[in-house]
Design a protein around this ligand. Structure first.
Ligand SMILES: Cc1ncc(COP(=O)(O)O)c(C=O)c1O
Length: 395
């Protein structure tokens, strides 16, 4: 049969039949995913979201967002290079760069597009990329689009990064890592990675999505904490959608990097600019963070309390370097059922299964927030323990 006969043989109503087969295969492996729209105000205790500082609903943040929508409009109206840059975007870029200690910043419509833009424009076919194999999906997509030669090395293995850099065939190289890894919440060895990069003439790109607002002096992030903010060879990306409680993303780095991104990043140029309301929310959240520098410490204290109690209850728990804690589940299906039972008991926890887990081990994923009380943490641990499937506890 030639191609024309092949396609003519399938009636229109059967063209997507293969999707049902794929869905059945995922269901058999416990990998079904469902949207669960939440009400505006619920009684659930949220340990699943990324609103680490509790700012998404803060009146100062949501109020600034609403006021900006009324003043500037509901959308940004165009690409950042056409009509989508407002004075709010410029102010946010200035404040983000200043707060985090970088020369300049560029705001994108999301952390995902910021990562795509940073990875693709700082590499290319004549360049090598060395990544930790546990990096976020958005960085992986950036690597795929970059056309660079890619070496994905073992997790947090500085010697492996060094080996990959020293055996590369290209002059240019970019090392890419998360600061805080999104599944287990562990911190990358940033100072050691920077040393290796410097010894081998490579640039370092750090995704600080989970570090901003949680780590470093007053929440200035993990790159700042490592003494790398403002370095001529270091670039950071952040999202505005986690500790800042807003929406959007940004790249922070030397002025010439930001200029290069403005002129060449396709996920910046061919994308509508961030909505003014989101830019205003992020700006207001930065203001709150500056005026309440104790907030990040509260997140870390709650994360430590959660991890300690869950460990004491016998679960296999990650060491929380920031706000993210993971608890191993015996299987993907167990993880889904465990999270569903917790939700029925009023505690919302995340559930990570393949392909969202790099090592194939399914987990519950809990996130600490600054606005959780000690009794919130204690009752969450009680519910997670009571809802656990057999074999979840290791002792
Ligand atoms: C490590 C990391 N990088 C990037 C992103 C993407 O950010 P955004 O949700 O703003 O697109 C996320 C969010 O899930 C993340 O966890």
């Amino acid at each position: 049969m030639d191609a024309a006969q092949n396609s003519a043989a399938v009636p229109p109503e059967q063209v997507f039949d293969w999707l049902d087969a794929e869905a059945n295969r995922r269901a058999g492996a416990g990998l079904t995913r469902r949207l669960r729209p939440r009400p505006a105000a619920g009684a659930e205790l949220d340990l699943a979201g990324n609103d680490y500082l509790g700012l998404a609903r803060d009146k100062r943040v949501a109020g600034a967002s609403a006021a900006a929508a009324l003043r500037w409009g509901a959308g940004s109206t165009g690409s950042r290079l056409v009509t989508g840059s407002t004075e709010l975007h410029a102010e946010l870029e200035h404040e983000l760069a200043r707060f985090c200690g970088f020369q300049a910043a560029l705001v994108f419509s999301s952390g995902f597009t910021a990562n795509l833009g940073a990875v693709t424009t700082l590499s290319g076919a004549d360049s090598a990329i060395v990544t930790d194999k546990y990096i976020h999906a958005s960085l992986i997509e950036g690597c795929r689009l970059s056309r660079a030669g890619i070496a994905a090395v073992a997790h947090s293995d500085v010697a492996a990064v060094k080996h990959a850099l020293s055996t590369r065939r290209t002059q240019r190289a970019l090392v890419v890592t998360d600061s805080v890894f999104s599944v287990d919440g562990d911190l990358a060895p940033l100072p050691e990675l920077a040393d290796v990069c410097r010894a081998h003439g490579a640039a370092l790109l750090v995704d600080d999505a989970h570090g901003l607002g949680v780590l470093g002096d007053g929440g200035r992030g993990a790159v700042h904490a490592a003494g790398l903010a403002g370095s001529p060879d270091v670039v950071a990306t952040v999202t505005l959608s986690k500790s800042l409680g807003a929406q959007g993303g940004a790249v922070l780095g030397p002025r010439r990097v930001i200029r290069h991104l403005v002129e060449t990043a396709r996920s910046f140029i061919f994308d509508t600019g961030l909505a003014p309301a989101s830019a205003a929310a992020a700006l207001a959240a930065l203001g709150v963070l500056k005026s309440e520098p104790e907030l990040p410490g509260k997140v870390l204290a709650n994360a430590a309390r959660l991890a300690e109690q869950l460990t004491d209850a016998g679960f296999r728990v990650s060491r929380p370097d920031a706000a993210v804690i993971s608890v191993h589940a015996p299987s993907a299906e167990d993880a889904v059922n465990w999270a569903a039972r917790c939700a029925e008991q009023g505690v919302r926890v995340g559930c990570f299964r393949p392909p969202s887990v790099p090592d194939g081990i399914s987990r519950l994923r809990l996130t600490a927030r600054a606005d959780l009380s000690e009794s919130d943490v204690d009752s969450a641990v009680k519910v997670v323990s009571a809802c656990a499937p057999p074999r979840a506890a290791t002792s």
